[in-house]
Design a protein around this ligand. Structure first.
Ligand SMILES: Nc1ncnc2c1ncn2[C@@H]1O[C@H](COP(=O)(O)OP(=O)(O)OP(=O)(O)O)[C@@H](O)[C@H]1O
Ligand SMILES: [Mg+2]
Length: 252
């Protein structure tokens, strides 16, 4: 499966979910590739020092002789996990691909060979609905939508669902919504539970049973280049992302 983690709202937990879901799947012995498709490169920085990287996903998408498998590198402490890193160069892609007929299909083409080698591919996307996110949705088999438990949680959801529908109509009829994941949840507040009800109304049984609670540990782990499973194995975040990985596998 190829899962795009997408929501054009910023700071909703896309990267946190991408890195920890990838790690959870890899820990199960599944060969996993995490593709960082965000020019902010937060997923890459969570696992490695991006300053001494050579080629990145930008070159893989724009230069015909650079394959995504040649830019993927193992994530040190996690067997079975490779990362195709991003750098800020990716911000240039919009103008670079302008007018190219295959601009929406670059990632799909790039992953065609890689998907034979991996059990799972997870794609972290930027907070936009531009060409980068469209590439992710065209390449993916599934989309996972993190939704922050906050007052404006569902703002923009219509646009996202409309984009997904458009992509299903032509470019990628196989695309399925894997689920909506409630993140940054605080069970103590009434607001959190209200928002949960609203999200359930929109997404119905697509909402994952797993809730990701607010946790300082989840915030800290990227700074130490670790997933939550080695950084704080007994934390709520580790238990919840493990549970999410089980739920993801049960849905595909
Ligand atoms: N469950 C959580 N508990 C506490 N902090 C969290 C949690 N999930 C994410 N965060 C923190 O919230 C911030 C935003 O999270 P994250 O980077 O995962 O969101 P994002 O959707 O990838 O953001 P962007 O749209 O900028 O790419 C980060 O500082 C992250 O560490
Ligand atoms: Mg991010």
């Amino acid at each position: 499966m190829i899962i795009a983690i997408t929501n054009q709202k910023g700071g909703v937990g896309k990267t946190t979910t991408a890195i920890n879901l990838s790690a959870a799947l890899a820990n199960k012995g599944l060969k996993t590739l995490l593709v960082d498709l965000d020019p902010q490169a937060n997923s890459s920085m969570s696992f490695m020092d991006v300053h001494d990287l050579g080629h990145s996903i930008y070159e893989a998408l724009t230069e015909p002789d650079i394959d995504v498998r040649s830019i993927a590198r193992p994530v040190g402490q996690i067997p079975n996990l490779d990362l195709a890193p991003a750098t800020i160069a990716l911000a240039k892609i919009e103008s670079k691909l302008l007018g190219e007929l295959d601009s929406h299909f670059r990632l799909k083409d790039e992953l065609a060979a890689a998907r034979e080698e991996y059990d799972n591919i997870i794609i972290d996307t930027p907070p936009t609905l531009g060409i980068i996110t469209v590439n992710a949705l065209v390449a993916a088999t599934h989309v996972l939508i993190p939704i922050q438990s906050s007052y404006f949680a569902l703002e923009g959801t219509d646009d996202l669902l409309e984009t997904i529908d458009k992509i299903k109509q032509r470019a990628n009829p196989e695309l399925q919504i894997l689920g909506a994941l409630i993140t940054l949840y605080d069970k103590r507040t009434l607001l959190s539970r209200d928002i949960q009800d609203q999200i359930n109304e929109v997404f119905g049984d697509k909402v994952f049973t797993t809730l990701i609670s607010k946790s300082v540990r989840l915030e800290e782990s990227p700074a130490y280049h670790e997933s939550i499973f080695t950084f704080a194995p007994t934390s709520s975040g580790a238990a919840e992302y493990y549970q999410l990985s089980e739920e993801v596998l049960s849905r595909v």
